[in-house]
Design a protein around this ligand. Sequence first.
Ligand code: HEM
Ligand SMILES: *[C@@H]1O[C@H](CO)[C@@H](O)[C@H](O)[C@H]1NC(C)=O
Ligand SMILES: *[C@@H]1O[C@H](CO)[C@@H](O)[C@H](O)[C@H]1NC(C)=O
Length: 254
Amino acid sequence: MALLIAVLTLVLLVSASTSPAIALSLNHYEKTCPDVESIVAKAVERATMKDKTVPAALLRMHFHDCFIRSGGPTWEVPKGRKDGRTSKASETIQLPAPTFNISQLQQSFSQRGLSMDDLVALSGGHTIGFSHCSSFQNRIRNFNATHDIDPTMHPSFAASLRNVCPIKNKAKNAGATMDPSSTAFDNTYFKLILQGKTLFSSDQALLTNPKTKGLVYKFASSKQSFEKAFVNSMIKMSSLNGGQEIRKDCRVVN
Ligand code: HEM
Ligand SMILES: *[C@@H]1O[C@H](CO)[C@@H](O)[C@H](O)[C@H]1NC(C)=O
Ligand SMILES: *[C@@H]1O[C@H](CO)[C@@H](O)[C@H](O)[C@H]1NC(C)=O
């Protein structure tokens, strides 16, 4: 959890980092708000004590923000995190879908300057959080003409998901946690991929390419190498430059 709070502080403000690769100014808030990192870290920590799902929601929000309005590459060194001036629900169509295969995932990430290594490391974000049935229902019923259930899914895992997700899911809030340690930021997600116990086709797809498969094995066997790669790729994703302005008040456009 300490790592996660650190990462979130980092990505939300894009301030402290030892990596020179980070294109944004490291001391943007030095004069105006010198304690910004510890203030945000404390706020996230407090919120997390009340509600353990807070980090997951923040992490996913960060991913969405970066993917939806990020533009092409530029050589300009941004001075602060640029925020967009528009936010449209319709633009979420640009997000990768949980049904994506490896080539679709690769394309989606490379369009934003992110590599296959980034894809595997960042998919590790699914070590925390929750998903609604609608995001994986394609795998547990009427999968295709020959298989009712996705054969890459562990049979008992698929059976438990079918129990959790009723056919007529009227309330629409049913679902499952990403992994049994869904509030712990660890490498369980990668171990689960190897057992066929992850929720999305896009998770399982990481085993269908030799390069990404190798990384899944590596991260499954070393939590440390996963954390290192994750932080590295988060910084890279944070630097995606789709924003138009540095906000004076982060909640409203200037
Ligand atoms: C590789 C492509 C990705 C796909 C296809 C994908 C897809 C999804 C889907 C379908 C959900 C569940 C939504 C729902 O049913 O409620 C989800 C949740 C989540 N995703 Fe991803 N995602 C991807 C990458 C990422 C990345 C890069 C991160 C962050 C580093 C991330 C972090 C999360 C988190 C934390 C949640 C749980 C949110 C919560 O519990 O509130 N995902 N993702
Ligand atoms: C992935 O899906 C796309 C679109 O359906 C298809 O054209 C492509 O051949 C698929 N690639 C793999 C590796 O299955
Ligand atoms: C159904 O999916 C399985 C596993 O991906 C595949 O082997 C099989 O060929 C598919 N069947 C059809 C009819 O597409």
